[in-house]
Design a protein around this ligand. Structure first.
Ligand code: NAD
Length: 442
């Protein structure tokens, strides 16, 4: 079977994948738990069910997405019929991160296969259990020449990057994103870079503070804060701060109890390296809630930090852990000064009942995507493009856009032979004035 040209075969193999992913769902959930104690509930809503839903949607729509799209022809080419053909790029390399190690490996893989490509996937070395089960399922589903999983760390990744690919899809840090972009440039390989950033979360004086606190606590501490689109820091209107902090404390306790270390619903930091990186950011005198750490199980409590210094370590880079700095503002100029200090983030959130402030905020700043009065949930709508801008990434995917990401769009004119207007052909003598008039009229 030819996966490049046979859409029926692509649908068939994706259905086989759906079957295998479903059969192994409980093993996947267990692997995610073994890797960093990802709670089963979070594993289901953010990983397994998400992948299944993306896969079902792809299987349902593959014929529609793959079909050449007829577009209105240009009168200049009359008579013709014009189309956009979706052509597979060829050999695609996918490099995945550890934080949603299943979903962020499988979703691009599904779309790359749907679009007719050959795929090599390099999952993260930091989640060995999840990566092993991914390798097992892929091996069971695909011929090795069609889709292959290569396990390994930085060295393996670099070796793969030194080869020639027709498309590279990378999800990970900004620093490694630059390495990938450089490697891709060698062969002018097109890339999608899904990176990170410092995501602001604004809470103004009109916001429903209690609900805002609940939704922010959920979005920040799910996956123990190791989410690329998690709110990185809070910007709360100065007069609201104390009340808002009280609500945050209340919501953290409601979600994870008085000792989150024993909560079955709170994940761990991925490894000691990241644990130490995060611990260095905690300045004891600024902690207003939480702050407990335990290296033996890479535990860091959900922690609120009162911050006013943009030069502090925690405000330097993306936090990527359960530490939430709270900054205050008095005017929109203060907000602007803080947000503008950083590269364009992957997400921005604004909590307000003031519609014009919300609209102004989302239109003023450049960022990947976001929400008004919630966090993270823009990720879940397949109709919305997901991706960054500037340092937070290049390109976007999800739903039909993922299929397009892995397809070259080929413009084709199908010209008819029953008429051949002589105007464009040389010799041009005597035709210039007529063509000028014609082009003006068009
Ligand atoms: P990472 O960049 O360290 O690693 C990602 C992948 O790149 C891994 O497979 C790893 O093996 C490989 N890699 C690491 N160093 C490399 C090097 N020097 N050369 C070549 N390959 C290398 O990222 P991570 O720690 O796995 O994930 C966390 C980061 O990913 C955060 O910055 C987060 O914001 C970002 N992220 C972004 C998204 C998104 O959708 N935009 C999603 C999840 C995570």
């Amino acid at each position: 079977m030819n996966y490049k040209t046979d859409i029926g075969y692509r649908k068939e193999i994706l259905t086989k994948l759906l079957n295998n992913l479903t059969i192994h769902e409980s093993e996947i959930i267990q692997a995610l738990y073994d890797d960093f104690k990802k709670p089963a509930f979070e594993a289901v809503i953010t990983e397994t069910s998400y992948v299944i839903s993306e896969l079902k949607d792809t299987i349902k729509n593959i014929h529609k997405w793959a079909k050449p799209k007829k577009v209105f022809p240009s009168i200049l080419n009359f008579p013709s019929k014009d189309y956009i053909y979706k052509d597979p790029y060829g050999k695609v390399l996918i490099i995945a991160p550890w934080n949603y190690p299943y979903q962020l490996a499988l979703c691009p893989l599904i779309s790359a296969v749907a679009a007719g490509n050959q795929v090599v996937l390099k999952p993260s070395e930091l989640t060995p259990n999840t990566s092993a089960i991914i390798a097992k399922i892929i091996e069971k589903t695909f011929h090795i020449n069609h889709v292959e999983v290569i396990l390994g760390g930085v060295e393996t990744s670099q070796k793969l990057l030194s080869q020639r690919w027709d498309y590279i899809f990378f999800t990970g840090s900004v620093a490694v994103g630059k390495i990938v972009a450089k490697a891709a440039a060698e062969n002018l390989t097109p890339v999608t870079l899904e990176l990170g950033g410092k995501n602001p979360c604004i809470v103004d004086e009109t916001a429903n503070l209690k609900l805002a606190a609940k939704r922010i606590v959920w979005g920040k501490f799910i996956n123990a804060g190791q989410t690329c689109i998690a709110p990185d820091y809070i910007l709360v209107q100065k007069d609201m701060k104390n009340k808002f902090v009280d609500y945050l404390k209340e919501e953290i306790t409601l979600a994870y109890g008085t000792n989150p270390e024993v909560s079955p619903d709170f994940a761990r930091i991925i490894n000691e390296k990241n644990f130490s990186r995060l611990v260095k950011m905690i300045e004891a005198d600024k902690v207003i809630f939480g702050g407990q750490t335990e290296i033996t199980n890479c535990y860091i409590a959900p922690t609120l930090i009162e911050e006013s210094n943009l030069d502090s370590l925690i405000m330097e880079d993306e936090i990527f852990g359960p530490l939430l700095p709270i900054l205050t503002y008095q005017s929109e100029a203060d907000i602007n000064a803080i947000i503008s200090k950083y590269e364009k983030p992957l997400s921005l959130y604004v909590f307000t009942e003031n519609k014009s402030f919300a609209e102004k905020t989302i239109q003023t700043y450049s960022f990947g995507g976001g929400c008004i009065n919630d966090t993270l949930i823009h990720f879940s709508n397949k109709k919305l493009p997901f991706g960054g801008v500037g340092h937070s990434g290049i390109g976007a995917y999800h739903g039909s856009l993922s299929f397009d990401t892995f397809s070259h769009k080929k413009g084709i004119v199908k010209k008819a032979n029953w008429l051949d207007l002589p105007m464009r052909y040389a010799p041009y003598k005597g035709k210039l004035n007529t063509i000028k008039k014609l082009l003006k009229w068009l």
